[in-house]
Write a protein that binds this ligand. Structure first.
Ligand SMILES: NC(=O)c1ccc[n+]([C@@H]2O[C@H](COP(=O)([O-])OP(=O)(O)OC[C@H]3O[C@@H](n4cnc5c(N)ncnc54)[C@H](OP(=O)(O)O)[C@@H]3O)[C@@H](O)[C@H]2O)c1
Length: 341
C-alpha cells in the first residue's frame, strides 16, 4: 500500500484525519499541498511519508506530485477552486479521483464536465465522498433497495453544535451560486425554506430543522429514481456556523475528534410504505475519513461498479459498504419499514 494514495490538502483539518486513519491501517500515502512549511510540520508526525508541494495554478506540479499514486484524494476546499485542476491532472495521468466537496455546484460541475472524459480515461471520479454528500447517499441507496420508483427521500441532519473550520467558512463564502432543490423528478432553483420540528434520538433529541440545499440533492438524484428530495439541517447548527464568534473544532479524544455529536436520519416513502434508517457518531469532519478509506479500499480491490463520475451509493454496494464501517466511527441502525395512510 506504499504510495498508492495521494492526498491533496493533506495538512488541512479533514486531510489530517484521513492521513491518520490511512496510516493506522497500513497505507503510506503521499502528502501533498501548496504550502511547503505546513507539509513539513505534518511530516514531523509521519517522517516515513513522501511529501510533495504542488499548486493548482501550475498543472505540471500536480502531475509530478500525483505520478506515483493510483488514487488522488482531494481534501482541499473550496472545491469550486480546486476540483477542476486536480481532476484535469487525474485524467491526464489516468488516476482515480475522490473528493470531499460539499458544494452543490462543484459536484454538479464535476458530473457535467467530466463524466465522458473520465470514462474515456478509464478512471472513476467520486465527488462528495464525505459526511455531506456521501453518507446520506449511501443511506438512501440501501434504504430504497428494491424500489424502482421512490416518492420522497427526506434527510434529517441533527448536530448538537457545529464548530466550523476555516475551510468550511471559506467554502461557504465562495459558494454564491444558485442552490437547487429536487422536486417533480428534477433539479429546480430553491424557492422556499421549509422548517419543522424533528425528534432525533438521544443525545440530539428534539430540534427545529430547516431545508438546506445540500450536495446530497445532487448525489442522490444522479442515480435514484425519486420524485422529491428534501435535506434538513438542525437550526442550531446553522446558527453556529453563521456566527463569527463560534470557535474552530477542538480535539478531545485519542482520535483528535471534537465532542460534536451527529445524527443523520433518512426517511424514504413509496406509495403507502415508509422506511427509515439512522446513522450516528462523533464529529462530522472526522467521520469523513473512514468513508474515504472504505472507498479507497474498494477502488483498489476492484469493488467499484462504475467508471466515469459516480457517487458512493451508486459506485459501491451501499449495504456492504455501510456494514464495513467501524462502530467506533459510526453506528448505523437497522432499516425500519412501516405502513402509512
Ligand atoms: N462534504 C463534507 O462532509 C466535508 C467534510 C469535511 C470537509 N469538507 C470540505 O473540505 C474542505 C476543507 O475543509 P477543512 O475542514 O479540512 O478545512 P481546512 O482545515 O481549512 O483545510 C483546507 C485545506 O484546503 C487547502 N486549500 C484551500 N484552498 C486551496 C487552494 N486554492 N489551493 C490549494 N489548497 C487549498 C488548504 O491549504 P492552505 O492551508 O495552504 O490554504 C488546506 O489544506 C472544505 O471545502 C469543506 O467544506 C467537506
Amino acid at each position: 500500500m506504499e504510495n498508492k494514495v495521494a492526498i491533496y490538502g493533506a495538512y488541512g483539518h479533514t486531510g489530517k484525519f484521513l492521513v491518520a486513519q490511512l496510516y493506522q491501517q497500513g497505507f503510506r500515502p503521499i502528502l501533498i499541498g501548496r504550502d511547503a512549511d505546513k507539509l513539513n510540520i505534518l511530516s514531523k508526525d509521519y517522517p516515513d511519508l513522501v511529501i510533495k508541494v504542488a499548486d493548482i495554478n501550475h498543472p505540471e506540479t500536480l502531475d509530478v506530485a500525483f505520478a506515483d499514486a493510483e488514487i488522488i484524494v482531494n481534501c482541499a476546499g473550496p472545491f469550486l477552486d480546486t476540483a477542476e485542476p486536480i481532476i484535469q491532472s487525474a485524467i491526464r495521468l489516468g488516476k482515480h479521483y475522490v473528493d470531499v466537496s460539499a458544494e452543490q455546484k462543484a459536484v454538479l460541475d464535476i458530473f457535467e464536465q467530466f463524466s465522458e472524459k473520465a470514462k474515456q480515461a478509464d478512471i472513476t471520479i467520486i465527488p462528495a465522498a464525505a459526511f455531506y454528500g456521501g453518507l446520506g447517499d449511501l443511506l438512501s441507496t440501501t434504504l430504497t433497495q428494491g424500489w424502482d420508483k421512490v416518492d420522497e427521500i427526506a434527510l434529517y441532519i441533527g448536530l448538537d453544535s457545529w464548530h466550523p473550520t476555516k475551510g468550511t467558512r471559506l467554502t461557504g463564502e465562495r459558494n454564491h451560486y444558485q442552490r437547487f432543490m429536487f422536486a417533480e423528478n428534477r433539479l429546480q432553483p430553491v424557492l422556499e425554506v421549509k422548517s419543522k420540528i424533528w425528534e432525533f434520538p438521544h443525545p440530539i433529541l428534539r430540534k427545529e430543522v430547516v431545508t438546506v440545499p445540500l450536495s446530497e440533492i445532487i448525489t442522490i438524484s444522479r442515480h435514484i429514481n425519486v420524485n422529491t428530495i428534501n435535506t434538513y439541517l438542525s437550526q442550531n447548527s446553522l446558527t453556529d456556523i453563521r456566527s463569527d464568534e463560534t470557535p474552530e473544532p477542538k480535539p478531545v479524544d485519542e482520535k483528535n475528534r471534537s465532542s460534536q455529536r451527529f445524527c443523520m436520519e433518512v426517511v424514504a416513502t413509496k406509495d403507502n410504505k415508509q422506511r427509515s434508517i439512522i446513522a450516528e457518531g462523533i464529529d462530522i469532519y472526522a467521520v469523513t475519513a473512514p468513508l474515504i478509506v472504505e472507498a479507497i479500499k474498494r477502488i483498489l480491490t476492484g469493488k467499484i461498479k462504475k467508471q466515469g463520475v459516480t457517487t458512493l451509493g451508486e459506485g459501491f454496494d451501499a449495504t456492504d459498504f455501510l456494514s464495513a464501517l467501524d462502530a467506533d466511527d459510526i453506528v448505523i441502525s437497522d432499516i425500519k419499514e412501516t405502513d402509512i395512510n
